[in-house]
Structures are given as structure tokens and as C-alpha cells.
Design a protein around this ligand. Structure first.
Ligand SMILES: Cc1cc2nc3c(=O)[nH]c(=O)nc-3n(C[C@H](O)[C@H](O)[C@H](O)COP(=O)(O)OP(=O)(O)OC[C@H]3O[C@@H](n4cnc5c(N)ncnc54)[C@H](O)[C@@H]3O)c2cc1C
Length: 407
């Protein structure tokens, strides 16, 4: 059984840990915090315009998708969907066609795969839809979203405000507070009953994504049956309930497959002189003090600048934070940003460069360590935001890194 160490618990690290454990590895995941999933919409953005031989051919040679190849991109998505289906979260969509979904700000968001609760709101679906605000929930205004969607020519039939009975007194509620209330079956059923009358005559309704954290798909389907309305969810401001559902589902998959999670532990790279050309593992710091965690293969999934995987220094240096790997970046700070705020930003493409086997490479293109692999937000060679490829790159690179680490 190969000992694999994953560093980071975002989408990339959790998927890598789940996959490696399922493939029979002895997996330890070390992380100093939560990943970015609670800030994400819970969908898998793959590429806009969608993946095709033509769009694929336009990607930079160092792009993680180019390293993976179309076949492995497809395999990664299939495995992701398999894991999520097992956890009761059906993901809908394809590589070749993006779904156009309404956003809480009344925009249109393209994505590759979406949980069924969001995919039901795909704007290509024929027919009028309504939007609902929830009383006392300030993070979603149906009227605002409807006005902007109508300006884009979309058939918004109208808006309704739905009541939420017996709310706890005190502060304004977050999406996660409401989701926990919806997890309470009695409260949920009473609430859904109270919605019957205001929803008479409505066929498809968009609500903020708060319909539960646990068993949400089953709860939504049962609410649809009770109301006779097709319900779809629209993600709101963070904390994002769809992102948290995804995080929980992957965490459960990884742990059920035997992965051991060490949380709240900051890791620094361990490279012992006795193992030339190989990394030994990490030293992590937790409440008990520093401890070494050795492994035969290490998958670095520490994210980009926003989560500490990359550190941008004011004097123009950009560092990788665990093994001090070289980071491709513009050495002059003037070259970090584009003149227009709305253009593709050079700093978005900064990151660790990998070879075809997902091992970080040096400026000569040669792997730096035989048993170190990198994936996710840490990788350079792509502008994930401009391309709309953020979560796709996370999953595909995690998939390839695990495959390579286990060969
Ligand atoms: C500020 C912010 C804004 C975001 N905004 C959006 C958004 O608008 N839309 C969207 O879809 N997604 C958003 N995201 C999520 C983003 O998509 C993901 O972070 C990204 O996809 C990369 O995923 P990842 O798993 O590679 O890394 P991350 O999700 O960044 O996770 C990195 C993990 O590595 C851990 N880590 C880092 N360094 C160490 C270390 N030395 N030792 C141990 N653990 C370490 C971190 O604690 C974390 O668990 C945002 C994330 C952040 C942080």
C-alpha cells in the first residue's frame, strides 16, 4: 500500500485524497485550514467557451488541461460525478456544452457541471420562471435579480416573497443558518406547507440556495412534489451552501475510503539529504508541536495566493510556500497587472509549472523531485478566472496527480 500525503483541503486536496484512498493508497491529508469551497458556487466551471478540440488547441502548452489531455479530463469528471452521486448529490452537465445559470446579481453564469438543484434553473430550458425572496434573508433579492434578468431578455414571470416561520430572534441570518433550519424535517415541512398558497399557478421557481446542508437533494425533490413546482436554487453570497455541500460530500468520500485528515496543521516541506531527488514528506505544526509526516508520494494542493500556496512579496518575488518551488511570474511588479481592470491579469497566470506527469519542473523543464506532484489553484500557465476553468483545473489536475503518484 503506497503512502500518499496530500497537503490542502480545498476541492483539489479533498478530491485527490478521496481518489487516492479509493485506489488503495494509505492517505494522510494535512491542512492548516478550510479550502475555498465555501466561497464557491458549488459548480464545476470547465471552460468558456466549452471544451472542444478547437478551444483545447488554443490553450497554452503549459496549461494543466494540455498536460492532462481530453481523455483524462473526461475521466476526472466521470469520477467526480460518481463520488457525488454516491453522496446523494447529482451533478448534471457535459464537457461539450455549458449550462447558462442565473446568478443572484441577475447575471448569467456559464458552467460545465452543476448540482441538479442549480441545473434545473438552466436558462436554455423553455418557459417562464419566477423568483422568490425569503422573508428576513438579506443576501438575496428576487426583485433585483428579476429586473436585471429581464433586461437581458429572460422570461421572468414575477417575484414572490415567501415566509419563514418561527425564525430564531437576533441577528440577520446567513445562508448556512437557514440551511440548518431546512435540515430540520419538521421545520422544513411546516415551511413548505406555508408556501403552497403563494405559489399557486407557478411552474418553475428560483429560490436562494439555502434548502439544507444534509440530504438537500431529497428535501428539494420532496418539496417539489408537495408544491407541484419545479424548484431550483441560486447560490448567494458566502458562506455558500452549495459549496459546503460539495466540501462535506468529498470529505465523507475520502474518510469513508480510509483517508486520515489532520486539520489545523501548517506544513513545511521535508527534504532529507539521504533521499536525493525525492521529498520525504512534511513537518506539520499543530497543538502538540511540530511533527514529521513521511510519505512515498506527496501531492501539493495548497491553492494560490489567497490561501497561502503562493506568497507574493512586495519586492517582486513570488514564492511557493511549502517546498519553495520555483514559481513562474513577472519579476517586475509593473508586469503583474494589466492596464485595464477587466483584462486578463498576468498575476492570474503565475504559479508552479508542471510537466506531463504533474510533477513540478524547473526552468529547464525537468522534474524537481521524483515523488512530488502539484495540482489545483497553485498551478501556473492558465488564467482560471478569465477562462472559466477554475474547478475543472482543480479536479483534472488532482486526478492526474493521483494517477501519476500511484504508478
Ligand atoms: C479569497 C478566496 C476567494 C475565492 N473566490 C471564489 C469565487 O469567487 N468563485 C469560486 O468559484 N471560487 C472561489 N474561491 C475558491 C477557489 O475556487 C478555490 O480556492 C480554487 O479553486 C483552488 O482550490 P484548491 O483546492 O486548489 O485550493 P484552496 O481551496 O485555496 O485550498 C488550499 C488548501 O491548502 C491549505 N494550505 C495552504 N498552505 C498550507 C500549508 N502550508 N500547510 C497546510 N495546509 C495548507 C489551505 O488551508 C486550504 O485548505 C475563492 C477562494 C478564496 C481563498
Amino acid at each position: 500500500m503506497k503512502r500518499v500525503l496530500v497537503i490542502g483541503a480545498g476541492l483539489t486536496g479533498l478530491f485527490a485524497a478521496a481518489m487516492a484512498a479509493r485506489r488503495g493508497a494509505e492517505v494522510t491529508l494535512v491542512t492548516d485550514g478550510r479550502g475555498g469551497l465555501e466561497l464557491s458556487h458549488g459548480c464545476i466551471d470547465l471552460l468558456t467557451p466549452p471544451l472542444s478540440p478547437e478551444t483545447f488547441g488554443h490553450l497554452l502548452p503549459a496549461h494543466p488541461y494540455r498536460r492532462a489531455g481530453l481523455e483524462r479530463i473526461r475521466e476526472a469528471m466521470d469520477l467526480f460525478r460518481e463520488f457525488l452521486t454516491e453522496q446523494g448529490l447529482t451533478y448534471f452537465g457535459s464537457l461539450e456544452h455549458n449550462l447558462a445559470l442565473p446568478s443572484a446579481a441577475g447575471g448569467i453564469r456559464d458552467t460545465g457541471l452543476a448540482p441538479l438543484a442549480q441545473a434545473t434553473g438552466a436558462l436554455a430550458d423553455a418557459g417562464t420562471f419566477h423568483l422568490a425572496s425569503l422573508a428576513h434573508f438579506r443576501d438575496f433579492s428576487a426583485a433585483f435579480a428579476a429586473q436585471r434578468l429581464r433586461q437581458r431578455g429572460l422570461p421572468v414571470g414575477g417575484v414572490v416573497e415567501l415566509a419563514l416561520p418561527n425564525l430564531p430572534p437576533g441577528r440577520d441570518l446567513y445562508a448556512t443558518d437557514l440551511a440548518r433550519l431546512f435540515d430540520d424535517r419538521e421545520w422544513r415541512e411546516e415551511t413548505i406547507r406555508s408556501w403552497r398558497s403563494p405559489l399557486t399557478g407557478i411552474q418553475r421557481l428560483g429560490v436562494p440556495a439555502v434548502l439544507g446542508l444534509t440530504g438537500a437533494e431529497a428535501a428539494r425533490t420532496s418539496a417539489e412534489e408537495q408544491l407541484g413546482v419545479r424548484l431550483f436554487e441560486i447560490p448567494t453570497l458566502p458562506p455558500s451552501v452549495p459549496g459546503l455541500r460539495l466540501e462535506r460530500a468529498l470529505r465523507r468520500t475520502a474518510q469513508a475510503a480510509g483517508a486520515h485528515l489532520i486539520e489545523g496543521a501548517h506544513a513545511t516541506g521535508l527534504v532529507e539529504a539521504a533521499s536525493i531527488g525525492r521529498v520525504t514528506g512534511v513537518v506539520y505544526v499543530s497543538a502538540g508541536g511540530p511533527r514529521p509526516q513521511r510519505a512515498e508520494a506527496v501531492i501539493l494542493a495548497t491553492g494560490g495566493a489567497l490561501h497561502g500556496g503562493l506568497v507574493f512579496r512586495s519586492h517582486g518575488a513570488v514564492q511557493e510556500s511549502v517546498f519553495d518551488l520555483p514559481v513562474e511570474h513577472a519579476s517586475e511588479r509593473g508586469g503583474w497587472t494589466a492596464e485595464s481592470l477587466f483584462a486578463s491579469q498576468p498575476y492570474s497566470r503565475f504559479g508552479v509549472i508542471i510537466g506531463d506527469d504533474f510533477r513540478p519542473v524547473g526552468p529547464d523543464g525537468q522534474p524537481l523531485f521524483e515523488n512530488l506532484f502539484a495540482a489545483g489553484g497553485l498551478l501556473g500557465g492558465c488564467d482560471r478566472t478569465a477562462e472559466g476553468s477554475r474547478q475543472g483545473i482543480d479536479l483534472v489536475s488532482a486526478y492526474c496527480a493521483v494517477e501519476e503518484a500511484l504508478t
